[in-house]
Design a protein around this ligand. Structure first.
Ligand code: AMP
Length: 403
């Protein structure tokens, strides 16, 4: 496929929201960004920000009943800025798709067959894949002639060796139900591990990196020479680190116990572990800014929540040092990783024997740029590398339609 068009629209469709960005792939510049939220509720909201010189942020409220109406409204806003979806400049639409299973290890042009396979994965991603599918179907209906590309959150992790990807459960049961560790946030881990290599002046194939994606959802990955060899999320995004509202690792027997002893249903346990656990379950807040404020005021519950969060993070850093053997860099990214200096400091505190340390002054710098925060001459570089999932989705989409 070839194209002389240079724009890519990136769509991230959630169950009741659509986030979008229009990028010019000649330089990766944003032309417009926006969000439609509360789709299907009485009052929906669209916030559209053109980033061209003349544009101004605009907001609409009112009912937007479904994704088709949402995308139509987005198309109208873009058209008002001369950036309409009917423009010959638009090369493709790139869709974030959460679960690609084992089949999709690379960005893929959407066909009916691809959509059917993404649909078959709904049982392992019941919260995300249906919304992603709706987004793709809606965009296809709007521009049936345009390549629609699916970029999968799981794709970067498909290089994990079997010994890291398989759970130690009965193989037949696992295979029958496609139970294995898939990992998520792959677009971010791919982007950040590559940008970290660039920061070190090296090719990704030359470096081993631990990426800590710490947002409201959080995951770690061990990346050896540009390939993911382990990651902390599993069959679903519930496994691994302590997150804003997810427990991360727990003894699976906790779930049987909650059912047998507390009489909770499977749905209630699912809700407890995904939405009412992690930082919010521990201290009532999931925003790290608020937790740090409370810690600074001497709040014991917030302190314990912070300590549990850090303890888990340290365990994963240590584990991935062991998995990788040689570590060149540890990169912090996403909302918490990019902004919370106390988290970064605490996460590597006491890990000097692994070559890890942060320089207090460098760690305190606030910047949107990739930067090193380890002391000069440190054996392992510690870095803050802002993630950019939309740019990565756009790049992968564009390279597929121009190659
Ligand atoms: P994300 O999921 O990557 O958008 O990250 C969202 C989370 O980042 C929020 O829930 C906050 O906990 C955290 N966050 C954002 N800004 C800051 C900040 N300045 N300091 C500490 N945490 C922050």
């Amino acid at each position: 496929m070839t194209t002389s068009a240079t724009r890519v629209l990136v769509l991230n469709s959630g169950s009741s929201s659509v986030k979008y960005q229009l990028l010019d792939m000649r330089d990766g510049a944003r032309l417009a960004v926006g969000l439609v939220e509360r789709i299907g509720e009485a009052v929906s909201r669209l916030v559209h920000t053109p980033l061209t010189d003349s544009g101004e942020r605009r907001e609409r409220t009112g009912p937007i009943p479904d994704h088709a109406a949402a995308l139509k409204a987005v198309a109208e806003e873009l058209a008002a800025d001369g950036l309409g979806l009917d423009s010959p400049e638009l090369a493709a639409i790139g869709h974030r798709v959460v679960h690609g299973g084992l089949r999709f290890s690379a960005p893929t042009v959407v066909t009916d067959e691809v959509l059917a396979e993404v649909e078959r994965l709904v049982p392992v991603a019941p919260l995300h894949n249906p919304a992603n599918i709706t987004g793709i179907r809606t965009a296809r209906a709007l521009r049936p002639d345009l390549p629609q590309v699916a970029v999968f959150d799981t794709a970067f992790h498909t290089t994990m060796p079997e010994h890291a990807a398989r759970y130690a459960i009965d193989t037949e049961v696992a295979d029958a139900h496609r139970i294995r560790r898939y990992g998520f946030h792959g677009t971010s881990h791919a982007y950040v591990s590559r940008e970290t290599a660039r920061l070190l002046g090296k090719d990704p194939s030359e470096v081993n990196v631990i990426v800590l994606h710490l947002g409201n959802g959080a995951s770690a990955s061990a990346v050896a020479g540009g390939r993911c060899v382990d990651t902390s999320m599993g069959l679903t995004p519930l496994e691994g680190l302590v997150m804003g509202t997810r427990s991360g690792d727990i003894d699976p027997a906790v779930t049987f116990h909650l059912k047998r002893v507390a009489g909770m249903s499977v749905d209630e346990i699912d809700d407890l572990l995904n939405k009412k656990s992690g930082l919010i379950g521990l201290c009532g807040d999931n925003d790290m800014r608020e937790i740090r404020r409370r810690v600074d005021e001497g709040d014991e519950r917030a302190r314990l929540a912070f300590d549990i969060y850090i303890h888990r993070l340290k365990k994963y850093i240590g584990a991935y040092c062991a998995v990788l053997g040689r570590v060149d860099a540890v990169a912090f990214t996403a909302g918490v990783g990019e902004n919370a200096a106390p988290v970064r400091e605490a996460a590597v505190e006491g890990l000097e024997s692994l070559g890890l340390a942060v320089d207090a002054e460098l760690n305190a710098v606030r910047s949107g740029e990739p930067r090193l925060i380890s002391p000069e001459g440190a054996r392992v570089a510690v870095a803050v590398v802002p993630t950019d999932e939309e740019l990565e989705i756009a790049r992968q989409t564009y390279s597929l339609v121009t190659d």
